[in-house]
Design a binder for this molecule. Structure first.
Ligand SMILES: NC(=O)c1ccc[n+]([C@@H]2O[C@H](COP(=O)([O-])OP(=O)(O)OC[C@H]3O[C@@H](n4cnc5c(N)ncnc54)[C@H](OP(=O)(O)O)[C@@H]3O)[C@@H](O)[C@H]2O)c1
Length: 250
Protein backbone atom coordinates (compact mmCIF):
# COMPACT_ATOMS: atom_id res chain seq x y z
CA UNK A 1 0.00 0.00 0.00
CA UNK A 2 1.31 3.44 -0.94
CA UNK A 3 1.24 6.07 1.81
CA UNK A 4 -0.45 9.26 0.67
CA UNK A 5 -0.30 12.36 2.88
CA UNK A 6 -1.58 14.79 0.27
CA UNK A 7 -3.22 17.84 1.83
CA UNK A 8 -1.48 17.34 5.17
CA UNK A 9 0.93 19.91 6.60
CA UNK A 10 3.91 18.65 8.59
CA UNK A 11 6.29 20.47 10.90
CA UNK A 12 9.62 18.75 11.44
CA UNK A 13 11.78 20.40 14.07
CA UNK A 14 15.53 20.28 13.50
CA UNK A 15 15.14 19.32 9.86
CA UNK A 16 18.23 20.99 8.41
CA UNK A 17 20.42 17.92 8.91
CA UNK A 18 20.52 14.26 9.85
CA UNK A 19 17.37 12.38 10.85
CA UNK A 20 15.09 15.43 10.59
CA UNK A 21 16.23 16.08 7.03
CA UNK A 22 15.48 12.48 6.03
CA UNK A 23 12.04 12.71 7.68
CA UNK A 24 11.22 15.91 5.77
CA UNK A 25 12.20 14.26 2.48
CA UNK A 26 10.17 11.09 3.13
CA UNK A 27 7.07 13.02 4.25
CA UNK A 28 7.33 15.19 1.13
CA UNK A 29 7.73 12.07 -1.00
CA UNK A 30 4.37 10.99 0.49
CA UNK A 31 3.02 14.39 -0.68
CA UNK A 32 2.81 16.23 2.65
CA UNK A 33 3.75 19.92 2.71
CA UNK A 34 6.70 20.40 5.04
CA UNK A 35 8.00 23.08 7.38
CA UNK A 36 11.75 22.68 7.74
CA UNK A 37 12.59 24.12 11.14
CA UNK A 38 16.21 24.79 12.05
CA UNK A 39 18.14 26.76 14.62
CA UNK A 40 21.37 27.84 12.90
CA UNK A 41 21.89 25.90 9.62
CA UNK A 42 20.13 28.41 7.35
CA UNK A 43 21.82 27.40 4.12
CA UNK A 44 21.21 23.67 4.62
CA UNK A 45 17.53 24.32 5.43
CA UNK A 46 17.06 26.57 2.38
CA UNK A 47 18.79 24.11 0.06
CA UNK A 48 16.62 21.29 1.41
CA UNK A 49 13.43 23.33 0.90
CA UNK A 50 14.42 24.08 -2.72
CA UNK A 51 15.25 20.45 -3.38
CA UNK A 52 11.97 19.19 -1.88
CA UNK A 53 9.69 21.65 -3.64
CA UNK A 54 11.29 20.89 -7.04
CA UNK A 55 11.52 17.14 -6.57
CA UNK A 56 8.12 16.41 -5.00
CA UNK A 57 5.93 19.41 -6.03
CA UNK A 58 4.82 20.14 -2.46
CA UNK A 59 5.27 23.26 -0.36
CA UNK A 60 8.52 23.26 1.61
CA UNK A 61 9.23 26.24 3.84
CA UNK A 62 12.35 26.73 5.98
CA UNK A 63 11.72 28.55 9.29
CA UNK A 64 14.33 29.51 11.86
CA UNK A 65 13.33 29.07 15.50
CA UNK A 66 14.98 27.75 18.63
CA UNK A 67 12.24 25.32 19.61
CA UNK A 68 13.53 25.26 23.19
CA UNK A 69 12.25 28.84 23.49
CA UNK A 70 8.46 29.14 23.91
CA UNK A 71 8.22 32.66 22.45
CA UNK A 72 10.10 31.62 19.30
CA UNK A 73 7.75 28.66 18.81
CA UNK A 74 4.75 31.00 19.09
CA UNK A 75 6.28 33.29 16.44
CA UNK A 76 6.94 30.29 14.19
CA UNK A 77 3.27 29.32 14.53
CA UNK A 78 2.19 32.78 13.35
CA UNK A 79 4.38 32.47 10.24
CA UNK A 80 3.14 28.94 9.50
CA UNK A 81 -0.51 29.93 9.92
CA UNK A 82 -0.07 32.72 7.36
CA UNK A 83 2.05 30.82 4.85
CA UNK A 84 0.65 27.29 5.04
CA UNK A 85 -2.30 26.85 7.42
CA UNK A 86 -2.79 24.37 10.26
CA UNK A 87 -0.23 21.69 11.09
CA UNK A 88 -1.58 18.13 11.27
CA UNK A 89 1.71 16.22 11.56
CA UNK A 90 4.20 17.31 14.21
CA UNK A 91 7.57 15.60 14.36
CA UNK A 92 9.64 16.68 17.35
CA UNK A 93 13.10 15.77 16.16
CA UNK A 94 15.31 18.69 17.27
CA UNK A 95 17.89 17.63 19.79
CA UNK A 96 21.41 18.17 21.00
CA UNK A 97 23.93 16.39 23.17
CA UNK A 98 26.51 17.85 25.54
CA UNK A 99 28.08 14.85 27.23
CA UNK A 100 29.74 15.15 30.64
CA UNK A 101 29.99 12.99 33.71
CA UNK A 102 27.69 14.38 36.40
CA UNK A 103 30.59 15.85 38.42
CA UNK A 104 31.41 18.05 35.37
CA UNK A 105 27.82 18.71 34.33
CA UNK A 106 27.34 22.37 35.18
CA UNK A 107 23.87 23.86 35.37
CA UNK A 108 24.21 25.40 31.88
CA UNK A 109 25.17 22.06 30.32
CA UNK A 110 22.18 20.40 32.00
CA UNK A 111 19.79 23.22 31.17
CA UNK A 112 20.62 23.66 27.48
CA UNK A 113 20.18 19.94 26.76
CA UNK A 114 16.87 19.77 28.65
CA UNK A 115 15.62 22.87 26.82
CA UNK A 116 16.40 21.69 23.28
CA UNK A 117 15.31 18.09 23.83
CA UNK A 118 12.39 18.28 26.29
CA UNK A 119 11.03 21.82 26.65
CA UNK A 120 10.93 21.90 22.84
CA UNK A 121 8.43 19.02 22.88
CA UNK A 122 6.12 20.77 25.34
CA UNK A 123 6.46 24.06 23.42
CA UNK A 124 5.47 22.70 20.02
CA UNK A 125 2.79 20.29 21.29
CA UNK A 126 1.15 23.05 23.32
CA UNK A 127 1.29 25.58 20.49
CA UNK A 128 0.22 23.28 17.63
CA UNK A 129 -2.37 21.12 19.43
CA UNK A 130 -5.10 23.60 18.54
CA UNK A 131 -4.33 23.08 14.82
CA UNK A 132 -4.84 19.33 15.18
CA UNK A 133 -8.01 19.70 17.20
CA UNK A 134 -9.49 22.03 14.58
CA UNK A 135 -8.39 19.64 11.78
CA UNK A 136 -9.98 16.74 13.72
CA UNK A 137 -6.90 14.71 12.84
CA UNK A 138 -3.37 14.80 14.16
CA UNK A 139 -0.12 12.92 14.45
CA UNK A 140 2.49 13.71 17.07
CA UNK A 141 5.74 11.80 16.66
CA UNK A 142 8.42 12.52 19.22
CA UNK A 143 11.99 11.41 18.64
CA UNK A 144 13.48 10.15 21.88
CA UNK A 145 16.40 7.69 22.10
CA UNK A 146 17.16 4.25 23.48
CA UNK A 147 19.34 6.22 25.93
CA UNK A 148 16.09 7.45 27.53
CA UNK A 149 15.25 3.80 28.26
CA UNK A 150 18.62 2.37 29.24
CA UNK A 151 20.66 5.36 30.49
CA UNK A 152 24.17 6.18 29.34
CA UNK A 153 27.26 7.23 31.29
CA UNK A 154 28.06 10.84 30.46
CA UNK A 155 24.53 11.57 29.23
CA UNK A 156 22.43 12.14 32.37
CA UNK A 157 21.04 15.36 30.86
CA UNK A 158 20.20 13.77 27.51
CA UNK A 159 18.80 10.58 29.09
CA UNK A 160 16.59 12.60 31.45
CA UNK A 161 15.20 14.64 28.57
CA UNK A 162 14.62 11.60 26.37
CA UNK A 163 12.93 9.68 29.22
CA UNK A 164 10.79 12.74 29.93
CA UNK A 165 9.55 12.71 26.34
CA UNK A 166 8.18 9.20 26.89
CA UNK A 167 6.02 10.07 29.91
CA UNK A 168 4.86 13.26 28.24
CA UNK A 169 3.88 11.47 25.02
CA UNK A 170 1.96 8.69 26.77
CA UNK A 171 0.04 11.28 28.78
CA UNK A 172 -1.04 13.34 25.79
CA UNK A 173 -1.83 10.13 23.88
CA UNK A 174 -4.40 9.40 26.60
CA UNK A 175 -5.74 12.96 26.55
CA UNK A 176 -6.34 13.24 22.79
CA UNK A 177 -6.82 9.73 21.38
CA UNK A 178 -10.58 10.25 21.17
CA UNK A 179 -9.99 13.42 19.17
CA UNK A 180 -8.26 11.45 16.43
CA UNK A 181 -4.79 12.60 17.47
CA UNK A 182 -2.19 9.89 18.01
CA UNK A 183 1.07 10.48 19.90
CA UNK A 184 3.98 8.09 19.69
CA UNK A 185 7.65 7.95 20.55
CA UNK A 186 10.42 6.73 18.29
CA UNK A 187 13.65 5.68 19.99
CA UNK A 188 16.57 5.42 17.57
CA UNK A 189 19.71 3.55 18.51
CA UNK A 190 22.98 4.44 16.79
CA UNK A 191 22.25 6.37 13.58
CA UNK A 192 24.95 7.85 11.34
CA UNK A 193 24.59 11.64 11.59
CA UNK A 194 26.63 14.66 12.72
CA UNK A 195 25.50 13.88 16.29
CA UNK A 196 27.20 10.46 16.34
CA UNK A 197 30.18 11.49 14.17
CA UNK A 198 31.40 13.52 17.19
CA UNK A 199 31.93 10.34 19.25
CA UNK A 200 35.45 9.00 19.77
CA UNK A 201 36.39 6.18 17.33
CA UNK A 202 36.77 3.66 20.15
CA UNK A 203 33.29 4.39 21.51
CA UNK A 204 31.80 4.15 18.00
CA UNK A 205 33.47 0.77 17.43
CA UNK A 206 32.22 -0.57 20.75
CA UNK A 207 28.64 0.54 20.08
CA UNK A 208 28.59 -0.80 16.52
CA UNK A 209 30.12 -4.08 17.77
CA UNK A 210 27.09 -4.50 20.05
CA UNK A 211 24.45 -3.96 17.34
CA UNK A 212 22.89 -7.35 16.49
CA UNK A 213 22.27 -6.41 12.83
CA UNK A 214 25.98 -5.51 12.66
CA UNK A 215 25.82 -1.98 11.26
CA UNK A 216 24.74 1.55 12.22
CA UNK A 217 21.30 2.78 11.22
CA UNK A 218 20.73 5.42 8.56
CA UNK A 219 18.51 8.52 8.94
CA UNK A 220 16.24 7.00 6.27
CA UNK A 221 15.57 3.96 8.49
CA UNK A 222 14.08 6.27 11.14
CA UNK A 223 12.26 8.34 8.52
CA UNK A 224 10.47 5.27 7.13
CA UNK A 225 9.03 4.53 10.57
CA UNK A 226 7.98 8.14 11.08
CA UNK A 227 6.13 8.25 7.74
CA UNK A 228 4.30 5.05 8.67
CA UNK A 229 3.28 6.52 12.06
CA UNK A 230 2.11 9.69 10.30
CA UNK A 231 -0.14 7.73 7.96
CA UNK A 232 -3.64 6.29 8.32
CA UNK A 233 -2.04 2.83 8.41
CA UNK A 234 -1.01 3.66 11.99
CA UNK A 235 -4.32 5.11 13.19
CA UNK A 236 -4.72 2.42 15.91
CA UNK A 237 -1.22 2.95 17.31
CA UNK A 238 -0.94 5.52 20.08
CA UNK A 239 1.13 5.94 23.24
CA UNK A 240 3.71 3.51 21.91
CA UNK A 241 7.47 3.62 22.27
CA UNK A 242 9.09 2.06 19.23
CA UNK A 243 12.78 1.30 19.22
CA UNK A 244 14.65 1.41 15.96
CA UNK A 245 18.11 0.27 16.89
CA UNK A 246 19.02 -2.83 14.88
CA UNK A 247 18.47 -4.73 18.11
CA UNK A 248 20.96 -2.66 20.17
CA UNK A 249 18.22 -2.24 22.76
CA UNK A 250 15.36 -4.70 23.02
N1 LIG B 1 21.95 10.09 15.64
C1 LIG B 1 21.61 9.18 16.53
O1 LIG B 1 22.26 8.13 16.66
C2 LIG B 1 20.41 9.38 17.41
C3 LIG B 1 20.06 8.34 18.27
C4 LIG B 1 18.95 8.49 19.08
C5 LIG B 1 18.21 9.64 19.03
N2 LIG B 1 18.57 10.64 18.19
C6 LIG B 1 17.74 11.84 18.19
O2 LIG B 1 17.32 12.13 16.87
C7 LIG B 1 17.15 13.54 16.71
C8 LIG B 1 17.96 14.00 15.50
O3 LIG B 1 19.32 13.69 15.74
P1 LIG B 1 20.45 13.79 14.60
O4 LIG B 1 21.41 12.72 14.87
O5 LIG B 1 19.83 13.93 13.26
O6 LIG B 1 21.12 15.18 15.04
P2 LIG B 1 21.95 16.26 14.22
O7 LIG B 1 22.47 15.68 12.96
O8 LIG B 1 22.89 16.85 15.19
O9 LIG B 1 20.83 17.34 13.83
C9 LIG B 1 20.14 18.01 14.84
C10 LIG B 1 19.12 18.92 14.24
O10 LIG B 1 18.38 19.52 15.32
C11 LIG B 1 18.41 20.92 15.16
N3 LIG B 1 18.31 21.55 16.47
C12 LIG B 1 19.00 21.28 17.60
N4 LIG B 1 18.58 22.03 18.61
C13 LIG B 1 17.58 22.82 18.11
C14 LIG B 1 16.74 23.80 18.66
N5 LIG B 1 16.82 24.15 19.96
N6 LIG B 1 15.83 24.41 17.85
C15 LIG B 1 15.71 24.05 16.55
N7 LIG B 1 16.49 23.12 15.97
C16 LIG B 1 17.41 22.51 16.75
C17 LIG B 1 19.67 21.22 14.41
O11 LIG B 1 19.54 22.49 13.78
P3 LIG B 1 20.83 23.32 13.25
O12 LIG B 1 21.41 22.52 12.10
O13 LIG B 1 20.30 24.61 12.79
O14 LIG B 1 21.77 23.39 14.41
C18 LIG B 1 19.69 20.04 13.43
O15 LIG B 1 18.82 20.31 12.35
C19 LIG B 1 17.59 14.16 18.02
O16 LIG B 1 16.48 14.40 18.84
C20 LIG B 1 18.46 13.08 18.64
O17 LIG B 1 18.51 13.19 20.03
C21 LIG B 1 19.65 10.54 17.38
Amino acid sequence: MVINLEGKNALITGASRGIGRAIAIKLAEAKANVIINYRSSKEEAENLANYISKEFSVKAIPIQADVGDFEQVKKMKEIISKELGPIQILVNNAGITNDKLLRNMTYDVWDSVIKSNLYSVYNTCFVFLEDMLSSRWGRIINISSIVGLMGSAGQANYAAAKAGIIGFTKSIAKEYAKRNITSNVVCPGYIETDMTSKLATKIKETIIGNIPVGKPGLPEDVANLVVFLASDLASYITGEVINISGGLYM
